[in-house]
Write a new protein. Structure first.
Length: 158
């Protein structure tokens, strides 16, 4: 994808060029928000969707126990810890230990390698008091108010 800037800029820089959403897909870019500890933001490539709440990523320049800054890493676990399963908050595997997850990081969403058509692909369930959608639909961004996006993925194939 032809996106430039610090990781924290990718979400906004992709608008109008690439489709964006809040559901992980293999090959999508996970755009991390800027934080006090991560002032430039961060991006990672979704390598594999493990479940509705876990993905594996490829990324670089992430520090952690036993990891040299500047290293490129694959098969790194990221777990959705958001209250509504909307991938707005995640924990990232720390070091090489599959069981250790670091602090909570805010996520802007996922950038998909396809043109932005002005729609968000979503499989939704209602927020409390909202209407029910029976299945996935394409909605304009203004139409999704009152809905909670749920990620769905195949069972772990390992």
């Amino acid at each position: 994808m032809a996106i430039r800037g610090n990781g924290g800029d990718w979400w906004h820089n992709a608008a109008g060029l690439y489709a964006r959403g809040h559901r992980p897909e293999s090959g999508a870019i996970m755009a991390f928000s800027r934080t006090g500890q991560m002032h430039a933001g961060h991006v990672a490539v979704v390598q594999e969707v493990i479940s509705s709440r876990e993905v594996l990523i490829h990324h670089a320049n992430w520090g952690g126990p036993g990891i040299r800054r500047g290293s490129i890493m694959s098969d790194v676990s990221v777990v959705d810890v958001s209250l509504h399963n909307d991938w707005s908050s995640v924990r990232v595997q720390v070091g090489r230990d599959q069981e250790s997850l670091g602090r909570i990081y805010p996520i802007q969403g996922f950038i998909y390698d396809r043109p932005d058509n002005g729609y968000i692909r979503t499989a939704s369930t209602p927020r409390p008091g909202g209407p029910i959608l029976a299945n996935a639909r394409s909605l304009r961004p203004d139409d999704v108010r009152g809905f909670e996006e749920l990620a769905q993925a195949p069972a772990r194939s390992r």
